[in-house]
Each structure stands twice: as structure tokens, then as C-alpha cells.
Write a protein that binds this ligand. Structure first.
Ligand SMILES: Cc1cc2nc3c(=O)[nH]c(=O)nc-3n(C[C@H](O)[C@H](O)[C@H](O)COP(=O)(O)OP(=O)(O)OC[C@H]3O[C@@H](n4cnc5c(N)ncnc54)[C@H](O)[C@@H]3O)c2cc1C
Length: 385
């Protein structure tokens, strides 16, 4: 064997899986077809402290471009609800470099510029065939991103609702003072079906604008163009310079499917574990269980289910509640979204605490107190659409 574990894909989850498995004593090789960490740069470049804290990692200011104070959620008619909370606009390349350094320091054999072409099962392990030759290992961690080719080659379906991936276009933009505000702005409504359009200031004259839509195909450029025009008119801007555009898929409500098979674990976007922080936390769980499996000499599916159980304990309810919320949103008319959001206007949402279920109960109480009839707008979830 060349390694105990091969991690395929230096995604935030893959990097954490490699680091944790190696720090628990496994011999790990991390492969990525990218030229280097952060090259090319992934468009995911913001997160909230509350979400990142789940990883147990400290945010390091060396990779933060701008510290923000929270986000506004803005309804079709322009009503808004403010969420206070520390948030960050990242220099994603520096972020990736920061964590890959930890992986090197933990003794992982990191190989960029290596594409995995196939993974074959053998007695007691796998032969991973790559653009630079074959490598043998006992266990494979798949973290090659959304639409995982490697998981498909291994006969796994790690995302349950692939039709619900939010396809996205994010553009870096430039205009006078556009980067100055201290809050993200997320716009919901039928202009961004099933999810949101975004405005993320990153200081000075720079910001990003994003469009995330579900069930309208992978090409969301028409939605993005309309959002750009709407944004210009909202902000009174004649001209906005587009610096660059990125496209991709965000499995925000797609729900993990097969996370493990004999000798195989899937983590990060490949298993619908969306979000940088949540992906990293899932990667840590994955790496810990993988190392335990190697130490025990048991890489069976049944042993590896320990990863699924850990993930379920922390995130399953949250992901299903999130799916319910965004499915309702997708089916609502703009008027119903406005009605629903009225309940939260002027409320301090930072008081929401406890488990996702408890938070849902607290929200229900707010609805009953502020506008009980708005509960009717939630009927939308039963619509066929
Ligand atoms: C436009 C956009 C913006 C987003 N913005 C945010 C945001 O601001 N904050 C946030 O939390 N989330 C954001 N997300 C969600 C985010 O993408 C994911 O949660 C996170 O980046 C997940 O990464 P991943 O696990 O999908 O893998 P990726 O980061 O895509 O990594 C997969 C890696 O696998 C490598 N790879 C693939 N195939 C192979 C192969 N065959 N051989 C070797 N290597 C391979 C790739 O090179 C890549 O490095 C955004 C998503 C999109 C599409």
C-alpha cells in the first residue's frame, strides 16, 4: 500500500478530512487536479462566524478581506429583516493556503496537478488511477465537489435531491463605494427562484453579486442579468464594471445520500454538505472516523457508518428544516413571501438559540404573536410545482 487513505479533492471538507486522519496516525495522500491551493480560486468566499464556529477552528484575520456585521434579508417589496452576527469576506486563495499548510504540517503527502481518473476495488483496498500513475490505498475519501464523478464511478449516489442543487453565477463587480457597507444583502423572491440573489461588499469599490436559482437549469445567466439591472436601479448606479464571473452548483437543500460504502467515504459538496464551515466540520468527522477505521483494521461500510451517525446527530434535522424552508420559499408567490417576512420585521433574531428544532419552535411563537394569519402562506409547501 502507498497510503492508508487517499483523499480525492482538496475541497474545504477534503482538506479537513486529510488533516484529521493524518493527525490521528493514518498515512494520507491528498490529490487534487488543481494547479495549487486556491488556483483557480473557488467563488465561495463568505461565511458567518456562527457557522464556522461549528468546526472548532478560530477565524484567522490573515485571510479576511472584510469583517461584516451581519446580513439583511430583503423581500420582493423591499421589506427587510436584519440578522446581526460576525461575518467575513475571505481572500479565498489565502484561506485555502492557510489550511493546506496545516495539512502539510500534519505530514500529509499533498499532490496538486494530479487528476483521479478511476478507482478500482482490489482485495483489501483500492487502486486509484491518476494522470500521474497508479496509487494503492486501503480507504478512499471522495471530496471532488458537486456532481462527484468519483462517487459515481464507485456506484454511489451521495446526493439525494440532485434536481434541487442551486445553480449559481457569481460576479466580482466594481463601482464607486460599492464595497463599503457592513452587511451582506440577500434578496428572496421569484426573481431568484428557490433561493436568493446576493450582494456581498468586500471593501472600497469592490463587491460580488450572485444569483442562485433552483429547478431552472444550470445556466442562470438570464436571471443574473435581470438581477444586475435591478441592483443598479436599487443602488442608483449607472454603470457597474464586471471584473470576473464564476459559475457552479450549491447543494444547499439537496440532502446527503450515500455517505459511505465499504472502504469509501464521501464528504463536502460531493455529499450535499453545503457551505464552507459545514463542509469543513463534516470533513473533520469523516477524517476522524477514517483514521479509527484504519487503526482498527476495519474499513467496512458498517464501521464507516460511524461518520454518518456523527453527521446525523449534528446536522440531519437542520438540513431537513432548511430543505423544508427553501422548498416553501420556492413555491411561494412574491406576495406570500412579503406576508411571511412581515412577522420578523423589527424582531431581534439574534435571540434564536438552541437546536434547530427549538429555533423552529421560537419562530412559530413569533408568527403566532405577530401575524397568525401569515401561517397560511406556508401552505405553499403542499403545492405541486
Ligand atoms: C458560486 C458559488 C458561490 C458560493 N459561495 C459560498 C459562500 O460564500 N460561502 C459558503 O459557505 N459556501 C458557498 N458556496 C457553496 C460552496 O461551494 C460549497 O459549500 C463549498 O465550497 C463546497 O466545496 P466542495 O466540497 O463542493 O468542493 P470544491 O471546493 O469544489 O472542491 C472539489 C475539489 O476536487 C477537485 N477535483 C474534482 N475532481 C477531481 C479529480 N477527478 N481528481 C482530482 N481532483 C479533483 C477540484 O479540483 C476541487 O479542488 C458557493 C457555491 C457556489 C457555486
Amino acid at each position: 500500500m502507498d497510503a492508508d487513505i487517499i483523499v480525492i479533492g482538496a475541497s474545504p471538507a477534503g482538506v479537513m478530512a486529510a488533516r484529521n486522519a493524518s493527525s490521528k496516525g493514518s498515512k494520507v495522500i491528498l490529490l487534487d487536479k488543481k494547479e495549487a491551493a486556491g488556483v483557480p480560486t473557488h467563488p465561495a468566499n463568505t461565511f458567518f462566524k456562527g457557522m464556522f464556529d461549528r468546526t472548532g477552528e478560530e477565524v484567522d484575520q490573515s485571510y479576511v478581506i472584510k469583517n461584516l456585521k451581519g446580513a439583511y434579508i430583503i423581500t420582493p417589496s423591499g421589506k427587510n429583516v436584519m440578522f446581526e452576527g460576525e461575518a467575513y469576506f475571505l481572500d479565498r486563495k489565502k484561506f485555502d493556503e492557510f489550511y493546506i499548510k496545516q495539512v502539510y504540517e500534519n505530514g500529509v503527502d499533498v499532490r496538486f496537478g494530479v487528476e483521479v481518473l478511476n478507482v478500482l476495488r482490489t482485495d483489501g483496498g483500492f487502486i486509484v488511477s491518476t494522470s500521474k500513475g497508479k496509487i494503492k490505498c486501503k480507504l478512499v475519501i471522495v471530496s471532488d465537489g458537486i456532481n462527484s464523478r468519483v462517487a459515481a464511478l464507485l456506484g454511489m449516489k451521495p446526493i439525494k435531491h440532485t434536481q434541487d442543487i442551486a445553480w449559481s453565477l457569481e460576479a466580482e463587480i466594481e463601482a464607486e463605494g460599492i464595497g463599503e457597507p457592513d452587511y451582506f444583502e440577500y434578496y428572496v423572491g421569484n426573481h431568484a427562484p428557490g433561493w436568493k440573489s446576493t450582494y456581498s461588499p468586500c471593501g472600497g469599490n469592490r463587491a460580488t453579486l450572485g444569483m442562485y436559482a433552483r429547478r431552472h437549469g444550470k445556466d442562470v445567466s438570464d436571471f443574473f442579468d435581470a438581477w444586475l439591472e435591478k441592483f443598479k436601479s436599487l443602488k442608483g448606479l449607472d454603470e457597474v464594471k464586471i471584473i470576473s464571473k464564476s459559475i457552479g452548483g450549491d447543494p444547499i437543500v439537496a440532502i446527503p445520500g450515500d455517505m459511505v460504502a465499504d472502504g469509501v467515504m464521501v464528504t463536502g459538496g460531493s455529499a450535499a454538505q453545503s457551505g464552507i464551515g459545514y463542509g469543513m466540520h463534516a470533513g473533520q468527522m469523516c477524517g476522524d472516523v477514517a483514521a479509527d477505521a484504519i487503526a482498527k483494521g476495519d474499513t467496512s461500510k458498517s464501521f464507516l457508518q460511524g461518520y454518518r451517525r456523527r453527521w446525523n446527530d449534528v446536522y440531519r434535522t437542520e438540513y431537513y428544516l432548511g430543505r423544508f424552508a427553501l422548498e416553501t420559499l420556492r413555491k411561494m408567490k412574491d406576495r406570500e413571501i412579503d406576508d411571511m417576512m412581515k412577522v420578523f420585521e423589527g424582531e431581534d433574531l439574534t435571540v434564536l438559540s438552541g437546536s434547530p428544532f427549538n429555533q423552529a419552535v421560537q419562530i412559530s411563537k413569533m408568527i403566532l404573536k405577530n401575524n397568525p394569519s401569515s401561517i397560511l402562506s406556508y401552505r405553499a409547501v403542499f403545492r405541486k410545482k
